[in-house]
Design a binder for this molecule. Structure first.
Ligand SMILES: Nc1ncnc2c1ncn2[C@@H]1O[C@H](COP(=O)(O)OP(=O)(O)OP(=O)(O)O)[C@@H](O)[C@H]1O
Ligand SMILES: [Mg+2]
Length: 294
């Protein structure tokens, strides 16, 4: 039994231990708090367009953990609840990874400084991203390229549709001049976060619906020729040697960590349907996308 999934009640902490930090992003309420004397960003569960609460908080928690099980530097996360107008909501505390003197520069702002005609920092055309990685002077381009492709492969596994240029970046310490690639953050759009338990149940009993969620949905936020990349098509057709190197490395890693990932999921405080769906879709995506593309 993992004791990793303990849940903290953040209600009082969110009232009494606010930090002076604030966070951007477009998907819901975030509070800067102190927990155990360290700064965290508390993300609180949010409704979708149909006014239903999404599972983005659970996805943030689960997928940040999966990235770290795969030995990729990732934000530390703690799952919690918060009382809001008599309603108990999920929240996830993401430890603020900025050390003293450090600023986060999202990849978007780096890309802005290489502005070219018909393009800008938020444009996610793959060729432009790779060109910016090569040209930027913040971190070693080879290391950045490796992180980018490792992240792309794990995002393919987790079904992330939102790795836009604001959802990864660099940390720069202006006092010391030290620069590093930021740990992975914002995994809230992985593992079909918008689906309810009823939706997940309907997927589990219909092979076609599972296959659609392997071969068709979701697409990546990254584009080729203006069209969002389909993970299956891209990985089974690409000749990019950096991508193929990460594919091999990460798939091998997933195989060695699969038991840890599955045990972690089985111990989550979520419904059995959700646990079963997570285990099923991760197995399917590993076999039918990653292993098939090898
Ligand atoms: N662990 C962290 N430590 C420090 N800063 C963070 C951390 N996680 C996120 N941030 C910053 O806060 C911003 C908002 O967080 P996040 O991306 O998780 O929110 P979001 O609303 O889901 O974003 P989006 O608009 O991409 O959906 C990020 O773009 C990043 O600048
Ligand atoms: Mg974000």
């Amino acid at each position: 039994m993992e004791d990793e999934n303990f849940i903290i009640d953040f209600t009082e902490i969110a009232k009494t231990s606010l930090s002076y930090r604030a966070y951007g992003g477009a998907n819901g309420v975030k509070k800067g708090i102190y927990f155990n004397k360290e700064p965290y960003m508390l993300k609180i569960s949010n409704r979708n367009k149909k006014n239903l609460y999404t599972s983005s908080i659970i996805s943030e928690y689960v997928c940040s953990k999966i990235f770290s099980f795969l030995d990729i530097p990732t934000q530390e996360v703690i799952l919690g609840t918060i009382q809001d107008n008599d309603k108990e909501k999920w929240c996830v505390a993401c430890k603020d990874f900025k050390e003293k003197g450090e600023y986060l520069y999202e990849f978007l702002s780096i890309k802005n400084s290489f502005f070219k005609e018909n393009s800008n920092g938020s444009g996610t055309e793959l060729s432009e991203i790779l060109e910016t990685i090569k040209e930027q002077k913040f971190c070693n381009p080879e290391e950045v390229k490796e992180r980018f492709w490792d992240m792309f492969i794990v995002d393919s596994y987790l079904g992330n549709f939102d790795r836009h240029n604001g959802n990864w970046g660099f940390l720069v310490n202006e006092e010391t001049g030290k620069k590093r690639i930021a740990p992975i953050y914002d995994c809230g759009s992985c593992l079909f976060a918008a689906a309810t338990d009823d939706d997940l149940q309907s997927f589990l009993i219909d092979k076609n619906k599972i296959n659609e969620r392997v071969f068709t949905f979701p697409t990546s936020a990254i584009k080729e020729n203006g069209i969002k990349i389909n993970y299956y098509n891209y990985l089974t057709q690409t000749n990019n040697p950096d991508c193929l190197k990460s594919l091999e490395k990460i798939t091998k890693k997933i195989r060695t960590k699969e038991n840890i990932i599955n045990n972690f999921i089985l111990n989550l405080p979520v419904s059995n349907v959700r646990k079963k769906f997570y285990i099923t879709i991760l197995k399917e995506r590993k076999e039918k996308i990653l292993e098939y593309a090898l």
